[in-house]
Design a protein around this ligand. Sequence first.
Ligand SMILES: [Zn+2]
Length: 650
Amino acid sequence: MAPAFVEHADRSALVLAAQTGDPAAIESLLAACQPDARRYAWRHCQASDVDDAVQESLMVIARKVRALKAAAAFSAWLFTVIRRECLKLQRAMFRHEPLDDDIAERQLASRSDGALRLDLVHAFESLPAHYREVVPAARFRGTHHRRDRRAARRARQRRQEPPAPRPLAGARIPARLIRRCTRPHDPFARHRAAGSRLRWKRHASREPGKSWTPRNRLCRAAGVAPGRGKEKRHEVREAWGRAKNHRAAGVAPGRGKEKRHEVREAWGRAKNHRAAGVAPGRGKEKRHEVREAWGSATPPGATIAPAMTDTLTITRPDDWHLHVRDGAALEAVVPHSARQFGRALIMPNLRPPVTTAAQAVAYRDRIRAAVPEGTDFEPVMSLYLTDRLPPEEIALAAEAGVRALKLYPAGATTNSDAGVTDIRHTYKTLEAMQKHGLLLLVHGEVTDPAIDLFDREAVFVDRVMIPLRRDFPELKVVFEHLTTKEGAHYVRDAGRFTAATITAHHLLYNRNAIFTGGIRPHYYCLPVLKRETHRVALVEAATSGSDRFFLGTDSAPHPAHLKEHALGCAGCYTALTAIELYAEAFDNANALDKLEGFASFHGPDFYDLPRHTGTITLKRESWTVPETVPYGDATLKPLRGGETMNWKLS
Ligand SMILES: [Zn+2]
């Protein structure tokens, strides 16, 4: 880790020097941040734009570095600038007007098939990778139409052609161009196949008796005897129209005014009935029934009325970050979580930490034994990642039902002395985790004493998360107890393999809470509460509806006397009132409709576990949280103890 430390300290010094306007310092700063800029541009730009994006960004950096408020925020700022430049370049690229049909046709006519095919391949290669993935392969081949597919197959058979090139996938390229490129264009192929002379092509293609003529195909499909003439055409049209409607409406075929009426009616009725979930039928009664069903049906995604909600029923939630300790303490706190949640991801920072599958299984048994009779609560286990955790242990852990490993930078928080000194030491273990589908949960703070306590999460993103994501792109990572705007934005933009938990106290409080009227140790936790701007960013993330943010209380019990101590322990005890606290935070943001996704859906989805089927109900009701609860031989002071809550779990 040493080189990274030195680099970062140097970087801050460089930024400060550059801010004085010294040209030499600016130049070395640009040189120093160029590799980072390039790496980031590779992820956000298409290949041909990387150089431009880097150059543009460095110019912005040189121009505006003096306006930057904190040197420690430089990396985050650099990445923001680059992302913006990449977006700009991307927009410029897609602003081309599509070609006029006539011009396209003329250009097509003047180029050979080989040249067109090459153009097409180049066009695809120039697309950003995610665009190439999005467009269905068939689109490229031009064979999304069954007719095209058949024609292409026949043409290949006739000419003994090699099959069409493997599709690359691409953007909106006219189907005509694609077909022209992947299959030799021969407008008279049909006529030739029919054995007619081109001069008589029109006539020949309509010759009756040739099974391939369009008309006969239609007759067959409509179930009408083959023939020609106006009458026949009329008959086919009618048969088609009728049959299609009748089939779809579930009405016996027939013709005439009556039948038409019947079909129309069936359509109207059936559509409404189906949508309303009412058995089909007719008459005033039925209409009334449908109307009623419609009124009472709840539109999807809106289990909560938008205005003032006093009762809130949501799917049983889970807590994806929980400390329950061991022994008597465990017995005291597990019932609190079991009452609120269906599952909880149990943190492994015991003394000694849980580092083997066998220890995890034994710990799980102790937790299960503390769950009150008749309560449905399942602990989800994790192991404590250390520099020396053998990769072989991962297979055993996966087999034992362990779902994740927790990464604590050494010394970051309670009982984390055994943590990881350098993430690179754990790469073998991480490889095994990626293979077995185990998640990596990170305590996202560097422990470098040179970094201000309040900046440690932002620096962690730069030093650990970005390289980690690059080296293990498909390892699922949960950024635990997110506390900053930088962290929230990083997770938001990091792709589908990165998610984050957010605690209730970080949604409700900023750092003022620790110092209001004197020092308040029960609001002290790690990562520590941050400025109001960060709290607002977290609320925004949690209530955004994004499935990459979910509930994790980080409820961490400590005996009251050790929190109210000269060297007070870090951790807030929120398990007693967790879901009520979250409801309050979402209610304050006027986003109660987003609570269920955050609390009950996004977590299990990310962990590949089933969502619960049961529900819980919250009521808007004032009540006072007990000041203390028993905790083995000591007492435990829950967050908000002695204060009023607005929501109550029934
Ligand atoms: Zn924790």
